[in-house]
Design a binder for this molecule. Structure first.
Ligand code: FMN
Length: 353
């Protein structure tokens, strides 16, 4: 139903206007208690808690393997609604220390033939202080406290690269108390120079500042992740993986959008990204060793493509683009299919039918 609507009607609307309308509708559903409960009890199938010793890095259980990628709910307005649709954890942001409008429009394009998106949003967001206020409000309700929320942090565009450490520290100061985990995003192609921060010498002081500031303001260990681009060379991936171990970080989120395309400006997401995402996850798992957590995204469209990233070494999954193309029933459907496949797999392993 949604697919028909998307392919025949929504595809002709302005993509960014459609995005805002969808996020607002989901936010409203989340705020309207009977609707939220009804969604959670029907379409929002979670698939069940993820049993994996690596996930002890998190302060609490992750109720479903499929999370929502950063970039959809940039300002933490729709967390309860996304949770009700079946996302096991919600990554809000990217949030920057200072509010900023992002790049001029147009900055979001559809490629329906590939079921892909291309964006150069440029971290449009309300800023860390406003997002922190929304998260504090969220955490006042029992439903809001129950949701696993990550906050993805980026550098303010006007902050020079040599001011990046203090910029990430300032965002952390605002949001860390309300976050189940933090992600240092140095992989967006849409903030000039940002991806240079993936070089270990530049990245190390940033992750230390985030980890230390989070500990200081929250009084606990907040798991810290680094989010990587799919376009990194294997040597750079290994270097980041080594640093994750040395700095005792929680793990890596891989991958962000790719610039390896000739479709126009911005980063490409969706199915064209999937093969590279799987390769990066495989390399990362090899180089990270057994302890760090690996959260994988990149062209997950169904249970099989999600399972492919799990088989390559991921512990948790995240998606964005397929949710846009497939609609609100999609996360619950993928969770149900993944759970069914793993039940069949374990019955097969036991010699059952
Ligand atoms: C419109 C759009 C905006 C995005 N904004 C962000 C962002 O603010 N921060 C971030 O870390 N990733 C952002 N991403 C990247 C996604 O989080 C994800 O890593 C990527 O899209 C791959 O997953 P997918 O193929 O399921 O979409 C954005 C992606 C899209 C399509």
């Amino acid at each position: 139903m949604y697919r028909l609507l998307y392919d025949h009607a929504l595809v002709h609307t302005d993509p960014e206007a459609a995005h805002h309308a969808a996020v607002e509708a989901i936010a409203l559903a989340g705020r309207t208690e009977p609707v939220r409960r009804a969604l959670k009890g029907t379409v929002g199938h979670l698939g069940g808690p993820v049993r994996n010793p690596r996930l002890l890095a998190f302060p609490r259980e992750i109720p479903g393997v499929l999370g929502l990628c950063a970039g959809m709910d940039k300002n933490a307005e729709a967390v309860l609604g996304m949770d009700a649709l079946g996302f096991g954890f919600i990554e809000v942001g990217t949030v920057t220390a200072h509010p900023q409008p992002g790049n001029p429009r147009p900055r979001l394009w559809r490629h329906p033939d590939m079921r892909a998106l291309r964006n150069q949003m440029g971290f449009n967001n309300d800023g860390a202080a406003v997002v922190a206020r929304r998260l504090r409000e969220l955490r006042r309700s029992s439903a809001g406290r129950a949701v696993v929320v990550g906050v993805n942090l980026g550098k303010t565009r006007t902050t020079p690269l040599d001011g990046a450490v203090e910029d990430y520290r300032a965002s952390t100061h605002e949001v860390a108390r309300w976050a189940d985990y933090l992600v240092v995003n140095v992989s967006s192609p849409n903030t000039p120079g940002l991806r240079e921060l993936q070089q270990v010498d530049a990245l190390r002081p940033i992750v230390r500042a985030v980890r230390d500031e989070a500990r200081r303001v929250s009084g606990r260990e907040v798991p810290v992740f680094v989010k990587l681009a799919p376009d990194l060379e294997a040597g750079d991936i290994s270097a980041v993986a080594a640093m994750v171990g040395e700095e005792d970080l929680a793990g890596v989120v891989a991958v962000n959008t790719t610039i390896a395309h000739d479709l126009g400006p911005g980063g490409l997401s969706g199915p064209p990204l999937h093969d590279r995402a799987r390769e990066v996850v495989r390399l990362l798992r090899r180089d990270l060793g057994t302890r760090p957590v690996l959260i994988a995204s990149g062209g997950i469209t169904d249970a099989a493509s999600g399972q492919a990233l799990l088989d390559a070494g991921a512990d948790l999954l995240q998606a964005y683009t397929a949710f846009v193309y497939e609609g609100p029933l999609w996360p619950g459907r993928v969770n149900r299919d993944l759970a069914r496949a793993s039940a069949v797999g374990s019955a097969g392993a036991r010699g059952g039918g």
